[in-house]
Design a protein around this ligand. Structure first.
Ligand code: SAH
Ligand code: SF4
Length: 406
């Protein structure tokens, strides 16, 4: 297979800057910001912390979508809140449910630039019997240009705010009846064990989370708060294509699990697949992984490796992968390439993936192959693209057939 030369620019610049609406949503604000917002509408200082705590509970434990349900808060304060703030999450435009239970929501962000088209992002829910993983987006588009990724072909419109990131979790929990006092959704593929439908978060949707570090961090700190959404840092995994300087910050300021999109074992190939490699080559990236705080055998770093036929899937490369990762507490996640309309790569043959996986396994690594989920609704890795391309009926059917035969 011929590979396109590495001429793609390294990074894109955002086209837009977020402008906050006059009536902001409380979703995604930190406790301190919430207390300040209350100060701004005249709540006396001595009450602010307590009121912020009450609101926090209504938002993140009970999933309140309306101030009127917040019965522990006086009518007067509720009225003032209503006047100045909303509880808006991104708006659900469409909900697609795959044959395997995967759900994909196309979400519309509050439009903030007059004359601009509203921005659409996607959030994907992947259920298993004992857990449910939500794949969350961090940008509208992506700063980077990985050649095998559908999102990479899109322009970077802007970074998501912390509220828009937390908002995706809120939408999923709203739709799945996952808040205290709600009726939990049932249906094919949904988890039957465990307390919650959404039990894990992966920052693996659209965008490069470490190019939107502060908002991603603030959103995850809200998500990890034990009196609220209460998802522990062990159940949150941030995937990066390798923004080396922000890997250490992720360890220090978030503390969640880390996944690295490696995809190649040589710089010349990785420069093409993940052009950011030209800025942060493999050696520097792996050093940042060795230095990642908290990495241990119990908390391994996941290395993602997309299987591209005839490009990166030889057994020599499997051996080199094992050699490179020596000394790093690692898991290796082989991802069958998910095709998208216009993509220039093919997925490796199943037999080759198995052989590759065997080399990795024999070297002592668990090497689960990530089963493609929700292919029939273009919900699998790297297929997310907000301006959802209109697929022909034939393309839809062939994707569905792939999902059925996996
Ligand atoms: N930007 C981050 C997180 C989002 S991408 C990152 O690159 O890590 C999530 C994962 O999907 C990454 O490992 C990415 O390399 C992989 N991916 C992208 N396009 C893919 C495709 N078409 N098939 C399979 N995996 C893909
Ligand atoms: Fe962006 Fe990740 Fe896609 Fe690369 S793989 S273009 S970093 S979303």
């Amino acid at each position: 297979m011929t590979i396109a030369p590495a001429i793609a620019p390294l990074e894109k610049t955002p086209l837009e800057v977020y402008v906050a609406p006059d009536k902001p949503s409380l979703i995604g604000a930190s406790r301190a910001q919430l207390a300040d917002m209350l100060g701004g509408i005249g709540v006396p200082e001595r009450e602010r912390k307590m009121r912020a705590q009450q609101i926090w509970h209504w938002l993140y434990v009970r999933g309140a979508q309306d101030f009127s349900v917040m019965t522990s808060i006086s009518k007067e304060v509720r009225g003032a809140l209503e006047q100045h703030f909303t509880l808006d999450r991104p708006e659900v435009v469409t909900e697609q449910v795959s044959a395997d239970g995967t759900r994909k929501w196309l979400l519309k962000l509050a439009s903030e630039t007059p004359g601009e088209r509203p921005h659409l992002i996607e959030t994907v829910y992947i259920p298993e019997s004992d857990r449910g993983t939500l794949c969350v987006s961090s940008q509208v588009g992506c700063t980077l240009n990985c050649s095998f990724c559908h999102t990479g072909t899109q322009r970077l419109v802007r970074n998501l705010t912390a509220g828009e990131i937390v908002g995706q979790i809120m939408v999923a929990r709203d739709r799945l009846g996952d808040f205290l006092g709600q009726t939990r959704a049932t249906g094919p593929g949904l988890p039957t064990e465990g307390e919650r439908c959404v039990s894990n978060i992966v920052m693996m949707g659209m965008g490069e989370p470490l190019y939107n570090f502060e908002n991603v961090r603030d959103a995850l700190l809200v998500t990890m708060d034990g009196d609220g959404l209460s998802l522990s840092k062990r159940r949150i995994t941030l995937s990066t294509s390798g923004v080396v300087p922000n890997i250490a910050r992720t360890g220090a300021e978030i503390g969640c699990s880390l996944a690295i999109s490696l995809h190649a074992v040589r710089d010349d190939l990785r420069n093409v697949l993940v052009p950011l490699n030209r800025k942060y080559p493999i050696k520097e990236l792996l050093q940042a992984c060795r230095d990642y705080p908290g990495a241990s055998n119990a908390r391994r770093i996941t290395f993602e490796y997309v299987m591209l036929k005839g490009v990166n899937d030889s057994l020599a490369e499997a051996k080199e992968l094992v050699r490179l990762l020596k000394g790093i507490p690692a898991k290796i996640n082989l991802i069958p390439f998910n095709p998208w309309p216009g993509s220039q790569y093919e997925c490796s043959d199943w037999e080759q993936i198995e052989k590759f996986s065997e080399v990795v396994f024999n070297a002592g690594y668990a090497s689960p192959v990530r089963t493609p989920r929700g292919r029939d609704i273009l919900a699998a890795c790297g297929q997310l693209k907000s301006e959802t391309e209109k697929l022909s009926a034939r393309e839809r059917m062939s994707l569905r057939a792939m999902a059925m035969t996996d």
